[in-house]
Each structure stands twice: as C-alpha cells, then as structure tokens.
Design a protein around this ligand. Structure first.
Ligand code: B12
Ligand code: SF4
Ligand code: SF4
Length: 381
C-alpha cells in the first residue's frame, strides 16, 4: 500500500468490524463471468427470481462502472457472521434458521456502516466525495467483483471463500469518486479435488461449474420462493425452516477459520434464534410475525412462507404432537398454500388423528388444488 490514503482507510474501516477488504477501479466484469451468467439464466436456474434476468439491469451487472459513472474506485468489504459447522438435526419440534439470519438484517446494518465509512473517508481524504452503496440492492455481480478484488475465490459451492476467513461473510460495496490505488489481484482457487459440498447438498443442486440450480436449492425454496415447495423436494428440506448452510458447514475452509470479528448485530440475541419452536410458528398472527421478526432477514419469507416451511419441517419430523396445530391450519387458515402444506404434513404424520383431520377437511374444502393434496395425503397414510 503505497498510497497514504489507503493506510488511513484501514484506520477508518477497522472500528467498523469488517474482516477483509479491497479496492478496485470500476471496470467491466471479465467476459468469462458474463458468459457463465447468461448460460445459467438460459437454463432457468434462477427459478422465479425474475429480477436476475431484467434486461435493463444487465448493463450494470456486467459493467459495475455504470452503477455510478462518476466513481473512480470501488471499496469491496467483507463482514463476517457466525460460522455454523453443525449439520445435525435436533430432537423436538424445532426448525433451523441459517446462520446469516439469526441476527439483524445485513442490508440495514451494513448500509449504516458504509454510510459512516463514507463520511469518515471524506474527513481523511480532506476533500468531499460522492459515494453510492450496493449491498445486494443493485444488479452488481458481487462475488465475481469481490473475487477480482482479491477477497476470495468462488468455491464449488458457489460461495466466495477466503483462506483465513472461510465463507461465512457478507459482501458490501462502496463506490466513490475518490481515486484510490487498487489493492490486489485474484486469490488462486483452493478447492483442489475436494467435493464435500457436492456430496453433502441434500438436493444435488450444486452444478459442476460452481453455480447453483436455485430451483432445487433449499435456500431459495425456503426464502425466495413464494409458491409451493415441490412435493418431491419436501423430504429434502429436513429441518431447514429458513435458509441452508450445509454446503458451507462441511467446507474445510470453514472448519479452519476462526470465529472472531463478528459484529454484535450478527450474533443471535439468544440461543433460541437458531432453532425456532414450530408450534409457535404455526399459530403466529401477521402482527406478531412482524413484531417478532422486525429488523431480521426472516421478514423476507413473510408469515405465509415461514408457516409453509414449518409445515414441511413438521411433515419431516412426523410427530403426532403437531397434528392438532396442523389440523387447525387445514380447517381455518385462509392462505391456500398453507392449507395444502398442512395437508401434506398430516399425510406424513399418518396417525389416526391426522387421518381423521384429512378426511374431515375433504368434506368442506372447495379449492381443487387442496382437495388434490388432501387426497394424495390420504393415499400416502
Ligand atoms: C440470487 C442469490 C442467491 C440465490 C442463488 C445463489 C447462487 N449461488 O447463485 C439463492 C437464493 C439460492 C441464494 C442463496 C444463498 N445466498 Co445468496 N445471493 C444471491 C445474489 C442476490 C445474486 C447471485 C447471483 O447473481 N447468482 C447467479 C449466479 C450465476 O451468479 P454468481 O453466483 O455470482 O456466480 C457467477 C460466478 O460465481 C461464476 N463462477 C464460479 N466459479 C467461476 C470460475 C470462473 C473461472 C468463472 C469465469 C466464473 C465462475 O459463475 C457465475 C456467473 O459468472 C447475491 C448478491 C449479488 N448481488 O451478487 C447473494 C449472495 C451471493 N448470497 C449470499 C449468501 C450469504 C447466501 C446464502 C449463504 C444464504 C443462506 N444461508 O441461505 C445462500 C448460499 C447458497 C449457495 N451455495 O450459493 C452472499 C454470499 C457471500 C459469500 N461469501 O459468498 C451474497 C453475495 C449476498 C451478500 N451481499 O453478501 N442466493
Ligand atoms: S444452500 Fe443447501 S441446498 Fe443450497 S446448494 Fe448449499 S447445501 Fe445445497
Ligand atoms: S467443500 Fe470443498 S469443494 Fe466445496 S467449496 Fe469447500 S473446499 Fe471447495
């Protein structure tokens, strides 16, 4: 670092909890990334995330300099969240929350951090600068950009991995009109002949070219997906209530990484944030949902998505204890997607109570899709 401003930049960044950072000149993403992205889209791997294929966004996606044409530098920052090395299930009626979602929403937390950093940067540079922030909020290819800036390599599991910090970190970008010296070149990929993530992924959705088929990824299915979880994948959901960390948990680079440098905002307020009580989720009202999960990533799934997921997890746990709660949903819940998943779960529990509830619901249910689901559930018991 020969540029004295860069020394000062480290001073500015240090108190803000970043784990590693780099600087790059705004420039187009390498053509190989563009081709791979186009291929991924053309195969439909983006599922229903239509924002990823919006034509107006492509110019910026493939050339981040267009996001802020006046920018002269991009500061790319990584902020860690707690490493979860545990792929186990848990006894009882509990559903697992992915590690990134056990604390506060990173979009909000990191935007505030980057705004503070931007202000401090002006003071240190002793001149005004304009800046623009992108944290998963703009059509920026964040992993290719960060990889080109030297923050890690893109592993077989598709996550950006750093040899010291592992992959349990978020990415955030600060575009600035300041001229800063670019910091480093790409890190050599270190997956070698390892394929633990591919072997461990429950749905086999990791593609050979280090991308993910989102249509089968549990993270997509339990967070972004607004409709039904495909029947053939429900068993694979296991106890995952929101998101999935398996392909990161098994990665040797996360086994080696230490657990320091995590911002308090990303630490769970208490242990119960990792495993939620499913019966409580099934009976949550919209108001309570918003109140309980305010400021956290779980809001993204909305009440309907979280209850849908809870039904699937309960159908995998198969405990009769959950039957009364699922029965109430099947007869009283206005959202069809929830009623249909409750029916599936009762079919999997297959106790007398569950069968009676299904037969009874068949008499009053009028929605043809749910009637179909109930009949299937009764066939499977
Ligand atoms: C859409 C999306 C998802 C989708 C699709 C995931 C995916 N891997 O594509 C879903 C909902 C499944 C998802 C899940 C998760 N996500 Co997400 N997601 C995104 C988002 C918004 C866009 C990613 C995207 O464009 N995907 C499309 C593919 C085709 O592009 P790509 O992943 O960038 O891959 C390119 C390169 O990797 C390349 N590639 C790979 N190897 C190589 C090698 C060479 C030589 C070349 C040329 C190219 C290449 O191929 C692709 C095309 O160029 C980004 C934020 C952003 N704006 O970038 C966050 C982001 C990737 N997600 C993030 C996180 C934390 C997660 C989860 C861990 C959350 C969870 N626990 O549930 C999981 C991880 C699942 C996984 N294994 O990837 C972080 C990742 C941080 C990190 N360390 O990598 C990001 C960067 C958000 C952030 N700002 O921190 N996510
Ligand atoms: S997040 Fe889970 S389902 Fe998605 S690729 Fe990783 S292991 Fe597979
Ligand atoms: S588990 Fe192995 S193959 Fe997968 S990302 Fe980690 S090092 Fe690479």
């Amino acid at each position: 670092m020969s540029d004295p401003l860069l020394y000062r930049l480290q001073e500015i960044l240090y108190p803000h909890g970043f784990s590693h950072a780099g600087i790059q000149k705004p420039q187009p993403i390498a053509p190989a990334y563009v081709q791979k992205y186009a291929q991924w889209l053309s195969e439909g791997c983006h599922a229903d995330m239509s924002y990823l294929e919006r034509a107006q966004s492509m110019e910026i996606r493939f050339d981040p300099s267009r996001y802020m044409p006046e920018a002269r530098s991009i500061i790319v920052l990584a902020f860690r969240y707690p490493i979860d090395r545990d792929c186990d299930t848990r006894p009882g009626l509990f559903g697992k929350i992915a590690s990134y979602a056990r604390g506060l929403d990173y979009h909000d937390v990191l935007r505030t951090k980057l705004e503070e950093i931007s202000t401090r940067l002006s003071e240190y540079a002793r001149k005004e600068h304009q800046s623009r922030i992108a944290i998963d909020s703009a059509p920026i290819m964040e992993k290719p950009l960060a990889s080109q800036t030297g923050l890690g390599w893109i592993g077989r599991n598709s996550c950006l991995i750093h040899p010291v910090h592992g992959s349990f970190f978020f990415l955030a970008n600060l575009f600035t009109t300041l001229e800063l010296e670019p910091t480093s070149s790409e890190i050599f990929p270190l997956c070698g002949d390892c394929h633990r993530c591919i072997d461990a992924c429950p749905t086999g959705c990791i593609r050979p070219d280090h991308t993910i088929d989102a249509r089968r990824c549990l993270s997509y299915l339990t967070i972004e997906n607004k409709g039904a979880i495909p029947v053939e994948l429900r068993e694979k959901v296991g106890q995952h209530l929101f998101g999935c960390d398996i392909c990161q948990s098994v990665c040797p680079w996360n086994r080696k990484a230490n657990d320091t440098l995590v911002l308090p905002e990303f630490q769970p307020a208490d242990e119960s944030r990792a495993w939620l009580d499913l019966n409580k989720i099934l009976s949550i009202s919209t108001t309570d949902f918003k109140h309980q999960f305010s400021g956290t990533p779980l809001l993204r799934a909305k009440r309907i998505g979280l209850i849908r997921n809870a039904c699937v997890v309960l159908g995998n746990i198969r405990s009769d204890e959950a039957a009364p709660y699922l029965t109430r949903l099947l007869s009283e819940e206005p959202e069809p997607v929830i009623r249909s998943h409750a029916a599936w779960a009762l079919g999997r529990i297959s106790s007398k109570k569950a069968r009676d509830a299904l037969s009874c619901a068949l008499k009053s249910e009028t929605d043809p899709n749910i009637r179909f689901e109930i009949k299937n559930a009764l066939r499977s018991v």
